[in-house]
Design a protein around this ligand. Structure first.
Ligand code: NDP
Length: 246
């Protein structure tokens, strides 16, 4: 389809895993795509090539989501260089776990900075550019509903904050015709959570479908929310988790 023809999307954290899958899918659906990343120039360049392969414009910008000014700046830059902004996808996150005795204030601050503050600042900056039909889509986690392992206090906290951020922003931006939604993935086979990792068998057993998902299976939900067909969906929390939360 070319549902997103003429639209411009910004994917925060688009060089690998789910973000890379989302960036490619939005391009396949017709959008020009700006993506950010932190370290992996090679991976970011590969995603840019993939987007260009769909005949769309692409730009990768190295921006640490922990840097608040840089996050705001890249949103404005995307809108300026690509002429408009229609879709923001907040995907980048840090993931680290540990027992409460071992997690400290610095861990708390970094988790909040990347997983919560950056989505807030990017959304705030994007709101200045998004017009009627604009979209903000954030990637949360299945851990919001069901935190099944010890060690997840900070990660689960950070992802749960996105539920409130999404609902609050949907009220703020609804009158402008901008929708704001949260996609909560289940176990998805990426570098962050490899399907052949040490805990994979246990994680898989928590799903109703008995398997890991793929980045493309998250991207298809994001593409739906980004498209015109989802224009009456806002403030929603959508589990795409193979039944992990049931
Ligand atoms: P990956 O670790 O595989 O990829 C993370 C992506 O985000 C990379 O492109 C990375 O860039 C970028 N990124 C990470 N930190 C920063 C930062 N500080 N600044 C800029 N970019 C950054 O993660 P996944 O694809 O697995 O996860 C994507 C999202 O999905 C996250 O929000 C995660 O919490 C969520 N999620 C994932 C699940 C899973 O099972 N995989 C389950 C539930 C939720 P670079 O390549 O440069 O490092």
């Amino acid at each position: 389809t070319t549902d997103l023809d003429g639209k411009v999307a910004l994917v925060i954290g688009g060089s690998r895993g789910i973000g890379a899958g989302v960036a490619a899918r939005l391009a396949e659906d017709g959008a020009d795509v700006v993506l950010t990343y932190q370290h992996r120039d090679d991976q970011a360049a590969a995603v840019v090539k993939q987007i260009e392969g769909f005949g769309r414009r692409a730009l990768a910008v190295r921006v640490d989501s922990a840097d608040p000014e840089a996050v705001t700046t890249v949103v404005d830059r995307a809108a300026a260089e690509f002429g408009r902004l229609d879709i923001l996808v907040n995907n980048a996150a840090v993931f680290f776990v540990g027992p409460v005795d071992e997690l400290g204030r610095e861990d708390f601050d970094r988790m909040i900075a990347v997983n919560v503050r950056a989505p807030f600042l990017a959304s705030k900056a994007a709101a200045r550019h998004l017009g009627d039909g604009g979209r903000i889509i954030t990637i949360g986690s299945n851990m919001v509903e069901r935190t099944v392992f010890p060690g997840f206090s900070l990660y689960s906290m950070s992802k749960t904050a996105l539920v409130g951020l999404t609902k609050g922003l949907s009220r703020d931006l609804g009158p402008r015709g901008v929708t704001v939604n949260l996609v909560n993935p289940g176990p998805i086979d990426t570098d962050m959570n490899p399907a052949d990792g040490p805990a994979a068998a246990t994680i898989r057993d928590f799903t109703a479908l008995g398997r890991y998902g793929s980045p493309a299976e998250i991207a298809t939900a994001v593409a739906f929310l980004a498209g015109d067909g989802a224009r009456y969906v806002t403030g929603a929390v959508i589990n795409v988790d193979g039944g992990f939360s049931v």
